[in-house]
Design a protein around this ligand. Structure first.
Ligand code: BT5
Length: 265
């Protein structure tokens, strides 16, 4: 296949079904948002293990009503339905667990709470949106992953973005293979979250781009904190040594956007 042919190839459903047999994978020709489709299916009683993906997601959602943009067949938009038997306070670990799974596949670094960064300039290759919804069968987690596989520089929606292909020197990326590996690592990371959360936390810390950094945390309600990121707690919150708060306890941040600041000279 030519480079361009591979770049724009459709997902191979037969190969997906063979290589990722523990998941029930549905490939839609196009959809506004795979998370929205997966959430509807959860509400009508679908069991854990459904995977919704598409060749063309045209109204993808980020957090806080932001948009997630991707050209057809040049990225992966994937939503996985889980019904985790975890205490509600530990659900914030789901996006972190997902980040570990993606980081294993792309060799990127996790940025708290929901980004995957790659390359020397730490650009965003993947965004994660986990939504909790109530259904008659109990709460469900819709684990949404947007991964830029083959976008070219011209196609990047924002200057802070990158793609696997760009980071690999323009090499073609086989989306079917990436999705298969991603689902395999997601199974493994999910099992760790349930069975050995401390090991998952250790791996998360080892793969973090945020810990040890000076950061600005933009919190709900237009509040801001600046300090050094020092750890993650058992509830998935980022621990900050806030500037000027000498000798005090670290501040735990549960929601917000993190900006990595340049080190002070
Ligand atoms: C996220 O939000 O990063 C979560 C994105 C989740 C997308 C997946 S795709 C499958 C599933 N179905 C959905 O509808 N959504 C999920 P957030 O942290 O709010 O970041 C959004 C911001 O990232 C935007 O405001 C842009 O600045 C930037 N952005 C948009 N598209 C991007 C892309 N393709 N690559 C990198 N950055 C992007």
């Amino acid at each position: 296949m030519t480079t361009d042919g591979m770049r724009r190839a459709s997902l191979d459903q037969a190969r997906l079904a063979t290589l990722a047999p523990t998941w029930r994978i549905e490939v839609l020709p196009e959809t506004p948002s795979t998370n929205a489709v997966c959430a509807d299916r959860a509400r009508t009683g679908e069991a854990e293990g459904l995977v919704v993906t598409t060749e063309h997601q045209y109204a993808g959602r980020g957090r806080l009503d932001r948009v997630w943009e991707m050209p057809p067949r040049s990225a992966l938009a994937v939503s996985v339905l889980l019904r985790p038997e975890l205490p509600a306070a530990r659900w914030p670990w789901l996006p972190l667990m997902t980040g570990v799974a993606v980081a294993r596949v792309v060799e990127g670094r996790v940025k708290w709470p929901n980004d995957l960064l790659m390359g020397p300039q730490h650009k965003k290759v993947c965004g994660i949106l986990v939504e909790r919804i109530d259904t008659e069968k109990g709460p469900a987690a819709i684990v949404g992953i947007g991964l830029n596989t083959s976008l070219t520089v011209d196609e990047l929606p924002v200057p802070t973005a990158t793609s696997l292909s760009i980071e690999r020197g323009g090499a073609p990326v086989d989306r079917t293979e990436v999705l298969t590996r991603l689902l395999g690592e997601l199974s493994a990371a999910y099992a760790l979250l349930v069975e050995d959360p401390q090991r998952l936390a250790a791996e998360y810390v080892a793969r973090s781009a945020t810990l040890g950094q000076r950061v600005r945390a933009e919190l709900p309600g237009d509040r801001e904190l600046t300090g050094t990121a020092t750890g993650i707690d058992e509830f998935g919150r980022l621990l900050l040594d806030v500037d000027g708060d000498r000798g005090g306890q670290p501040t735990a941040v549960g929601a917000g956007d993190i900006v990595h600041l340049r080190p002070e000279r």
